[in-house]
Write a protein that binds this ligand. Sequence first.
Ligand code: CMC
Length: 391
Amino acid sequence: TGVFTYDPGFSSTCSTKSAITYIDGDQGILLYRGYPVAQLAEHCSFLEVAYLILNGELPKGQELQNFDSSIRKHTMINENLNRFFEGFNYDAHPMAMLTGVVGSLSAFYHDTTNNKDPRHREIFAHRMIAKIPTIAAAAYKKYYGQPFMYPQNHLDYCSNLLHMMFAVPAEPYHVNPIAAKALDILFTLHADHEQNASTSTVRMAGSTGTNPYAAIAAGIAALWGPSHGGANEAVLTMLDEIGDVKNVQGFMDKVKDKNSGVRLMGFGHRVYKNFDPRATIIREQCHKVLQALKVDDPKLELAMKLEEIALSDDYFKARKLYPNVDFYSGIIYKALGIPVNMFTPMFAVARTVGWVAHWIEMVSDPAMRIARPRQVYTGAAERTVSPIAQR
Ligand code: CMC
C-alpha cells in the first residue's frame, strides 16, 4: 500500500543521503568531501584522495603514512586465489576475471565481516583497495600468457600496478614516473561519483548484509557495461572504426540517425548537462602526457575533431551532450601502454575507493534498510489455472 512513483532509470529518485561526493550537473561541479576535484588532482596523490573519501578529511603527514603502509601491507593475494586464473580461458575479458576473482575474495577473507565493527570495516577497506590492483594486473598477465608479478611494496600505489602489469621476471623493469603520475591523476578523477550505477549496485547488494567483497563484485559487474565504465573501451573501438578524420562526418550522421542504434561513446551524462569537469582535466592531461611520453597518436586528432564537430552540432546542443570522463581517458591509457580491454579494469581499481566508502557509509548508518524498489505491474489480471488437458 502507499503511493509509488514510476521513475525508470531512477532519474529523479534519491536512494540515499550521502556526505561523500557532491555533483552540480548544471554547473559542472564535482567535489569530494567538499574539495573540488581539480584541486585534489593537482595537489594530492590518489592515496591521499582515497583517505579523504574514506575518512572525510585530508590526511595529516603521519595519518597518510599509516594509511599508506597499511595499504602496502595488504597488496598480496592468497596463493590459492592466484591459481583461480588458471581456470580461465586465455581470451577471457579481464573484467570477467575481475568480477569472478573479487567475488571469490569473500571466500578467503571472511574473518572481518562484522559490518557493525569499525575495525572490521577498516580492514576490509584496506584489503580491498590494496588487492584490487594485484587482481587487475593478474588478469592482464593471464590474458598475455605472462607469469604473474608479485607486488613490490617499496613502490607507490600506481607504480606498483604498472610494475605488476609490465615487469617480467627475465629483466629489470623501471616504472616511468610520468606514467605513474598520469595514472595517479586519472585514478583521482575516477575515485568516486556519488550514486552512479555501480555504486548504487554495491549499496543495493550491501543493503542485504552480504559479504562486502561480494557487494564490490556486484559493482564491478555493473561497471563493465558500455553505458558506464565500459565506455572508455568503447570510445577506442569507435575511434578504430572511424579510422580517419575524413570519416567523421559520415559517422556523425549515423549517430544522429535514431534507427542506427549508434551512439557517440564518451559523450553525454545523466547528471552533467553543461560539461563534465573531469573531461576538461583529462583533455588537458591527454595533451601533456602524450607530449611528455613523446607519443604521436593520430587518435587524439580524431577525438578532437569528433568533439569539435559534436559541440557545434544542433543534435548534441539540444540534448546537452558533452564529452564525459571516458572520452579522452582511453587515449591516455593507450599512451601508457595499457591495452584497450584493460581500460575498464583500470576504472574499477580507482572506483573501488568510492564503492568501499559508500558501503561503509551505508552499513554505519543505523537507519540502513534493505533496498527494495517497487514496480508498475503490466502483466495479466488474476485468472484461473486450467489443467493441461483442457488448455
Ligand atoms: N550519442 C548520441 N545520442 C545520445 C548520446 C550519445 N552518446 N547520449 C544520449 N543521447 C541522446 C539519446 O538518444 C536521447 O535522445 P532523444 O531525447 O532524442 O531520445 C537523449 O540524448 C537523452 O539520452 P538518454 O539515453 O535518455 O540519457 P541517459 O541519462 O539515460 O544516459 C548515458 C546517459 C551516459 C548512458 C548516455 O549519454 C550514453 O549512452 N552515453 C554514451 C556512453 C558513455 O559515454 N557512457 C559513460 C558515461 S560517464 C562515465 C561513467 O558513468 O562510467
